[in-house]
Write a protein that binds this ligand. Structure first.
Ligand SMILES: NC(=O)c1ccc[n+]([C@@H]2O[C@H](COP(=O)([O-])OP(=O)(O)OC[C@H]3O[C@@H](n4cnc5c(N)ncnc54)[C@H](OP(=O)(O)O)[C@@H]3O)[C@@H](O)[C@H]2O)c1
Length: 238
């Protein structure tokens, strides 16, 4: 099976590479999803059975401050891959990694049939990427919420933001399982417990400081990112 992984140097992409060691997985410096010619040239040369698209501009603050780049990478970049598949290999399975942040976070435990309502520009671009993805008949949109299993990268973590988080290695495992199943369309890859971001951070970093949204200034954040699933199983946070 010929597999393409985008975003291989990222948190999730690097975990996926371990599970798909023979995949073609060019780094950003060698393959820019925003460059239509580069994308078309790759799809003209290789016939992929499966494309797992993780590459994105992923910082909420960055996307808010640089909306043009956010649109270019997260929407146009996804569109370039989608159009290349439609043109060169319409039977390719296309897996798009989306986010719990497509929901407004004013409620909780959103399912695959809940209605998205993004709170910030990053989330909006990820939702627009979902709509690009739906142009391919053989697509899977995976909404999830994860961190790498390593020291928490900030001094503090929110006690009042919540999610059904899982670690990136488990998300990669879930992606592989779902690709091997017959599922199509929107699927949530979720942990089996709703916890605060602070409780998540404490798992790897005992000295992380509790903070609340009142300590934060910046773009609007999704407060409750907890996801449920009515289409797939849940994963444990370990
Ligand atoms: N982390 C989360 O909590 C979370 C939650 C839900 C969904 N997601 C989604 O899951 C996916 C992976 O997230 P992540 O946290 O693993 O991301 P990440 O660590 O920020 O990695 C992003 C990857 O995309 C690459 N990239 C950026 N722009 C590119 C371009 N124009 N062309 C090709 N590659 C490009 C980056 O390469 P360079 O670094 O070299 O630019 C990097 O390899 C993303 O689609 C994200 O929206 C993330």
């Amino acid at each position: 099976m010929t597999v393409l992984i985008t975003g291989v140097t990222g948190v999730l992409g690097s975990e996926l590479k371990k599970l798909f060691p023979n995949s073609i997985s060019p780094e950003h410096k060698d393959f820019d999803i925003c460059d239509k010619n580069q994308v078309n040239a790759l799809f003209n040369k290789e016939k992929f059975d499966l494309v797992i698209h993780t590459a994105a501009y992923t910082t909420v603050r960055g996307c808010e401050e640089n909306k043009e780049l956010a649109m270019k990478v997260n929407v146009e970049g996804t569109k370039n891959l989608v159009n290349a598949i439609l043109k060169f290999s319409p039977n390719t399975k296309f897996v798009y990694i989306s986010t719990a942040c497509v929901f407004d976070g004013h409620s909780e435990m959103y399912t695959e049939s809940s209605i998205p309502y993004p709170e910030n520009f990053y989330a909006l671009t990820k939702l627009l990427g979902e709509y690009e993805t739906q142009k391919i008949s053989n697509h899977i949109i995976l909404r999830t919420n994860f961190v790498g299993k390593k020291k928490w990268p900030y001094p503090g973590a929110f006690t009042d933001r919540f999610g059904t988080y899982i670690f990136a290695d488990k998300v990669a495992y879930g992606i592989k399982e779902i690709c091997e199943s017959n599922l199509e369309g929107i699927v949530h890859i979720v942990g089996d417990k709703k916890i605060s971001m602070f409780d998540l951070a404490k798992i790897t970093t005992s000295d992380v400081k509790p903070i609340t949204i009142n300590d934060y200034s910046g773009p609007k954040l999704t407060m409750d990112m907890s996801l449920d699933t009515i289409r797939w199983k849940k994963y444990s946070l370990d």
